[in-house]
Design a protein around this ligand. Sequence first.
Ligand code: MN
Length: 487
Amino acid sequence: MKQYQFWFVVGSQFLYGPEVLDTVAARAAEMAEKLSAVLPYPLVYKVTAKTNREIAQVCKEANYDDSCAGIITWCHTFSPSKMWINGLQDLQKPWCHFATQYNREIPNEEIDMDFMNLNQAAHGDREHGFIGARLRKPRKVIAGFWQDGEVQARIGRWMKAAVGAAVSKSMKVMRFGDNMREVAVTEGDKVEVQAKLGWQVNTWAVGDLVKVMNEVAEAEIDALMETYRESYDFATEDMETVRYQAREEIAMKKMLDAEGCLAFSNTFQDLWGMKQLPGLASQHLMAQGYGYGGEGDWKVSAMTAILKAMGEGGNGASAFMEDYTYHLVKGQEYSLGAHMLEVCPSVAADRPRIEVHPLGIGGREDPARLVFEGKEGDAIVVSLIDMGGRLRLICQDIHCVKPILPMPNLPVARVMWQAEPSLTTGVECWITAGGAHHTVLSYDVTAEQMKDWANMMDIEFVHITKDTTVESLEHDLFLSDLAWKLK
Ligand code: MN
């Protein structure tokens, strides 16, 4: 993973004299250093900005520095915001306005007009906020004392969303074959997606993959089998089948890395020259951070890779998922998510088992796959759909449970959850919004982070929560549709 950092830009002006400006600069450097110790990415103090030129310069530098994933601004003193216009207009990196204050308390004895002139974030940040609103500039506003743990955690989560934006801008997706025939929701305008999200989505022939597979050495397969043994239990004697998955994984990884692709898709309808649909191979690639989408679903593949990157430093648990079937018993209403094979072991509650079973579709040999139960915990599912002319990101709050049934004959990994606001209303909302059957399920990334990410990418965001009703959602979607057409 690339090393990202964020820049701390503090607003001021010449009005107060050099002594105040020196104090502001020293405090800003101190705050950046102390925050860097607790935030997921370094916060680098850049400048106490006093002129239009300084602000324009730091914004330009931020745009051109690949390691800078965003800027965080704050006004220790008053900073007249007309001097921010040129810089902010040109800013192409995510922006967080941190409305904080150096001191926590108003000091009863010490406070005088000098103190007031130095510590006036309360009105400086309002001037700064106005220009963000006036310019209609996407930004995150976080208010609170900079040493509070929850405030720091919120900045940290925003940073991760911004890293998701950076990863998105450099995303390359390798498609092995086309989408599954006749399926609508996995389609999309690749030109629009590249313009909005930065993704380079292109196709490679399955025959070229088979050629690379045939060149994989037995020693390479031996080494990967050893890795499998370290991570998974073998619940099969059929080593040749498992070795074939290793061959597929090695070949796919070589092609992905050669092209700098962080995500890939394939389809069971185009396995030219391959004996097995990649199961274990795709699962173990996902465990290493690559995105994957089945049936040629390149949108969910790229989103999986982005959420994995956003969750870095968490437990890494973001996975390609598919809504499969429901348990509709009153009071026990659950969704069962799985896929034909390809569920990422990062969401496993226990050590996954490698098993070999027949696959009902695709007409190939029995593939090896990892079988496990997903873990408990609060999570989200997200789906990116192409509405024609714009992209919509749908996010739903869910609660994963230990599967309530052992399902001993189900030969795939499975995750079970309760959706908000309830299974049936949640399904009605999801279907009303047009959400796909493919999602990214994440225990790491929050809905607020996905909202922030959608804001950074300038796409529509729909959130299904415990408070959502079908009526309110329909109303919001209607207004949103009009707004996005005007935009
Ligand atoms: Mn599928």
